[in-house]
Design a binder for this molecule. Structure first.
Ligand code: NDP
Length: 444
C-alpha cells in the first residue's frame, strides 16, 4: 500500500463518522500524489502527512446563553487550530445547526491550503457552533456571542489565531464577539477580522469573497480564450459570498439569473436585482419569497433547482455538497462550460470528476473563494500598522492576489503534467509551501 493510501486509511479509522473531513483529505492527498512520491522516504520518515492531517490543537466547549424568555440554552462551540507552519491560525466561525467536529475539521483542513495559496503568511484554522442564528433576536445573538467568546478568548489572539466570519457569522456577530474579547482581555487588537469599519474593519472585506471569486473566474476564462462579458451565470446562495459575486459579475457585463437560500430559489430572466437582494437578506433578514414583491417577472421555486437553468457559468456559493452528480449532468446538458466554487467544497467528488471529464473549466473553492481570507489578512496588516486603506487600494490588492493564485495553480498543474486540472494545481501549489515550512521547523 502506498504511503498516501496508508495515511488515508488511518484518517478514516481515527476519525469515524467525519465524512466531510474524509472527503476533503482524500481530495488533497489524491492530488498531491506526484509530489509525495518524489519525496516519499523523507515524508514517511518525518510522518509529514500524519502531522498534516492531525490538527495541532482542537477545543470543544460548552456555550450556555439565555434566551428572551429567560430560559438557559446550551450549544457546543469548537475551534480547530489545524496548522501554523506558515503563520498564525486563520479561518472563520460557522454558526449553523449542522455544525459538528467533522465539518469544522474539513473546513480547517481546506483552509491550510487556501491560506497558503494566497501567498500571505497565514496558517489554517476554523471554528463554529451548532447555534442557529435564524429567528433569534439581537439580544439572543449577543448573549450567545458573548458566551462563545468568553471561552474562545483563551485560545486566540492577534498573533496566535484570528477568526473571521462564515455561514451565520456576519458583521453583527463579529461585533458582539469583538466587544466581549476586548472587555475580557483589555486589549484593542485585531484578533478578529470582518470587523465594522469604525473599529478596525477593512473596506472591501464584505465584498471580498464574492468579488474575488469573479476576478479569478475572469482570469481563468481569459487564459482559456473566453470572456465573462455577455455570459449567463447561475449563482446559488443568497448570503455574503453570493450577493457580492452577483454584484461583480453584473459590473463585468455578465447576467446572473438565479440565487437561492435554504428554502427555495429564484429565477429572474432579467438578471438578479442586487439592491433588492441586499435589502431582503442583509437588512431585513427575510426569506427569498420576498423577492417577487420587488421583481414580479421573477419566479420563486421551493427546494433545490438552481442548476436546472440554461447558462454558461455556474458559481455555487451556498454550502458543502450542494452540487451533486445529477446537477453536474444537468449543467453540462444546459451548456455550462465553467464552474467556480464560491462556497467551500460545494461540489461532490463524483460531480467534480464528471465536470472535469466533460471538459468544463473547474476552479475549486480553496482557490476561487480565497479572496475573503486574503482580504482578512489585509485587514490584519492595517490593524498592525494602525492605518486604514482606501476601498480602491484593497480591491486592487485583492484582484492582484486572485490573478496570482490562478497563475500559481495553473503553473503547478502544468509542472506535474496535469494541465487544465485546477484541483490538482491548487492542492499541489498550496501543499508545497506548507510542506517546506513544516520540514524546516522540525518535528513539531
Ligand atoms: P451566509 O450565511 O452569508 O450565506 C449562506 C447562504 O447559503 C444563505 O443564502 C443560506 O441560506 C444558504 N445555505 C446555507 N446552508 C445551506 C444549506 N444547508 N442548504 C441550502 N442553503 C444553505 O454565508 P457565506 O455567504 O459567508 O458563506 C457561503 C459559503 O462560502 C460557505 O461554504 C462558506 O464556508 C464559504 N466561504 C465564505 C467566505 C466569506 O468570506 N464569507 C470566505 C470563503 C468561503 P439562508 O439564507 O436560508 O440561511
Amino acid at each position: 500500500m502506498s504511503y498516501i493510501d496508508e495515511v488515508m486509511e488511518q484518517v478514516i479509522k481515527q476519525n469515524p463518522e467525519e465524512k466531510e473531513f474524509h472527503q476533503a483529505v482524500k481530495e488533497v492527498l489524491d492530488s498531491i500524489r506526484p509530489v509525495v512520491e518524489k519525496h516519499e522516504a523523507q515524508y514517511k520518515r518525518d510522518a509529514l502527512l500524519e502531522r498534516l492531517v492531525n490538527p495541532e490543537r482542537q477545543v470543544k466547549f460548552r456555550v450556555p446563553w439565555i434566551d428572551d424568555k429567560g430560559n438557559v440554552k446550551v450549544n457546543t462551540g469548537y475551534r480547530v487550530q489545524f496548522n501554523s507552519a506558515i503563520g498564525p491560525y486563520k479561518g472563520g466561525i460557522r454558526l449553523h445547526p449542522s455544525v459538528n467536529i467533522g465539518i469544522i475539521k474539513f473546513l480547517g483542513f481546506e483552509q491550510i491550503f487556501k491560506n497558503s495559496l494566497t501567498g500571505l503568511p497565514i496558517g489554517g484554522g476554523k471554528g463554529g457552533s451548532d447555534f442557529d442564528p435564524k429567528g433569534k433576536s439581537d439580544r439572543e445573538i449577543m448573549s450567545f456571542c458573548q458566551s462563545f467568546m468568553t471561552e474562545l478568548c483563551r485560545h486566540i489572539g492577534a498573533d496566535t489565531d484570528i477568526p473571521a466570519g462564515d455561514i451565520g457569522t456576519g458583521s453583527r456577530e463579529i461585533g458582539y464577539m469583538f466587544g466581549q474579547y476586548k472587555r475580557i482581555k483589555n486589549l484593542f487588537e485585531g484578533t478578529l477580522t470582518g470587523k465594522g469599519i469604525p473599529y478596525g474593519g477593512s473596506l472591501a472585506r464584505t465584498e471580498a469573497t464574492g468579488y474575488g471569486l469573479v476576478y479569478i473566474t475572469e482570469e481563468m476564462l481569459k487564459c482559456n480564450g473566453k470572456d465573462i462579458e455577455g455570459k449567463t451565470v447561475l449563482v446559488s446562495g443568497a448570503g455574503n459570498v453570493a450577493i457580492y459575486a452577483i454584484e461583480k459579475a453584473h459590473q463585468l457585463g455578465a447576467k446572473v439569473v438565479t440565487c437561492s437560500d435554504s428554502t427555495g430559489w429564484i429565477y429572474d430572466p432579467d438578471g438578479i436585482d442586487v439592491a433588492a437582494l441586499k435589502e431582503i437578506k442583509e437588512e431585513n433578514r427575510q426569506r427569498l419569497t420576498e423577492y417577487k414583491k420587488y421583481r414580479p417577472n421573477s419566479e420563486y421555486h421551493e427546494g433545490k433547482g438552481v442548476w436546472s437553468v440554461k447558462a454558461d457559468i455556474a458559481l455555487p456559493c451556498a454550502t458543502q455538497n450542494e452540487l451533486d452528480i445529477d446537477d453536474a449532468k444537468m449543467l453540462v446538458a444546459n451548456g455550462v462550460f465553467a464552474v467556480a466554487e464560491g462556497a467551500n467544497m460545494p461540489t461532490t467528488s463524483d460531480a467534480t470528476k464528471y465536470l472535469q471529464n466533460q471538459g468544463v473549466l473547474f476552479l475549486p473553492g480553496k482557490a476561487a473563494n480565497a479572496g475573503g481570507v486574503a482580504t482578512s489578512a489585509l485587514e490584519m496588516s492595517q490593524n498592525s500598522e494602525r492605518l486604514s486603506w482606501s476601498f480602491e487600494k484593497v480591491d486592487e490588492k485583492l484582484k492582484g492576489i486572485m490573478v496570482d493564485i490562478f497563475h500559481n495553480l495553473d503553473e503547478a498543474s502544468k509542472m506535474y503534467g496535469e494541465e487544465g486540472n485546477y484541483v490538482v494545481g491548487a492542492n499541489i501549489a498550496g501543499f508545497r509551501k506548507v510542506a517546506k515550512a513544516m520540514n524546516a521547523q522540525g518535528i513539531v
